[in-house]
Design a protein. Structure first.
Length: 352
């Protein structure tokens, strides 16, 4: 049974990814500083898996990946217990794009320095398999065709720049050590929704900036109105188009990427993780209202600085390489996201 280190494992994508990993028979070591999440998500993951879960399969260490003695102790402990860490899925980092414009140094420090600390410890303990959470925000999307992995890289924010820097660090690490590393940079598009149980979901500790959690908060009356940023974009309804992917499809893609790396020769691979389907802001709002039979009042406002009209993945490399296909459609994303929101209007705060 392979022991996989999940950095940022109590967060939104991390907690959902734990489910298929445990179902596939991996043992998990989770590290999280709780800067944007709650360890309650781990209890909920256990609840979702119920009888199929043995407590010993998850070990959780609260802490920061930039704390090198702490990180080293996690690798050492796993080694001493004869369950060495054999792979890493690296989610830990700060992710609010607009905040990164205001606090760029926090982003460079947490994301880039944190990743360097992690890679150094991996080297020290002979673990050379890593799946990294990259982002579609690294691309310069100037056209209306789906983005390929080979499309131009030119991030417009410090957040995106940190993701490029980490990909570059991983690339030079790969090149420097006689190609002994197995590395997958997963460039996510727009993950939304929640696990179908409604027990875990997106739990931002601050006011959300992303469209889907804001729609949920408008629908349950916590925010008055959704501001739609621009209705004069050159798209079919004037609002921006994105590639929304169900969080559990994204979780499955991580599992598939890890399996792929562990079964194949050392390599570094970049993969777009999206559905390849474009949805406008208005499409998403209308779908959410229809599927959930609720109201999402909105008004049009100014374009958001730095927005782009069309960001959709060409996911052919992903589907061909991993044999992965998205299984859940926009209806399911809206239904599951709303279920989580209705059951947990304040996220994990109310749960003890
Ligand atoms: P999240 O904030 O829910 O999860 C990140 C987790 O990392 C949190 O639990 C946080 O507490 C933890 N963390 C942050 N800094 C840490 C540190 N220095 N040490 C230890 N733990 C730390 O965000 P998410 O949506 O689950 O995103 C996971 C990863 O995916 C991030 O790297 C993010 O940049 C990337 N990503 C997310 C999206 C998205 O839309 N959600 C899109 C593209 C890429
Ligand atoms: N958006 C919006 N109102 C909001 C938040 C987002 O109209 O309050 C729009 C935003 O302009 C973008 C789309 O929704 O076109 C998705 O935004 P999000 O921040 O979720 O993802 P990203 O733009 O980073 O892909």
């Amino acid at each position: 049974m392979k022991n996989i280190l999940i950095t940022g494992g109590t967060g939104y994508i991390g907690s959902h990814t734990c489910i298929p990993l445990l179902e596939k028979g991996y043992r998990l070591t989770i590290i999280d500083s709780s800067v944007n999440s709650s360890p309650i998500s781990i209890l909920k993951v256990k609840e979702i898996l119920k009888d199929n879960f043995k407590d010993e399969l998850i070990t959780y260490y609260p802490g920061d990946i930039r704390d090198k003695p702490f990180l080293s102790s996690v690798f050492l402990k796993a080694k001493e217990l004869k369950k060495p860490i054999q792979g890493v899925i690296h989610f830990a980092g700060l992710k609010a794009v607009s905040e990164s414009l205001l606090k760029p140094l926090d982003y460079w420090h947490s994301n880039v320095y944190g990743s360097i600390c992690l890679i150094e410890e991996m080297l020290k303990y002979g673990c050379r398999n890593i799946v990294f959470s990259s982002s579609a925000s690294i691309y310069e999307s100037s056209s209306f065709i789906p983005i390929l992995e080979s499309s131009k890289i030119n991030p417009s924010t410090p957040y995106g720049q940190t993701k490029v820097a980490i990909e570059n660090i991983l690339y030079s690490t790969f090149k420097s050590s006689k190609n002994s590393w197995r590395i997958a940079n997963l460039r996510y598009f727009n993950p939304i929704g929640a696990h179908e149980s409604g027990l875990i979901g997106e739990n931002p500790l601050d006011i959300p900036n992303n469209l889907f959690p804001i729609i949920c908060k408008v629908a349950n009356g916590k925010i008055d109105k959704l501001k739609i940023f621009g209705n004069d974009w050159p798209t079919y309804d004037g609002t921006c188009i994105r590639d929304y992917i169900h969080i559990m499809d994204l979780a499955d893609a991580h599992c598939a990427a890890l399996d792929f790396l562990l079964k194949n020769e050392p390599q570094i691979i970049n993969l777009n993780v999206g559905t390849g389907i474009g949805t406008s802001v208005l499409d998403l709002v209308n779908k959410f209202m229809k599927v959930n039979d609720c109201k999402v009042p909105y008004k049009f406002s100014e374009r958001r600085k730095g927005d782009l009209p069309f960001i959709v993945a060409d996911n052919q490399k992903l589907t061909a390489t991993l044999g992965w296909q998205p299984k859940r459609n926009l209806n399911q994303m809206c239904k599951d996201g709303w279920k989580w929101q209705m059951a947990n209007p304040n996220g994990f705060i109310d749960i003890n």
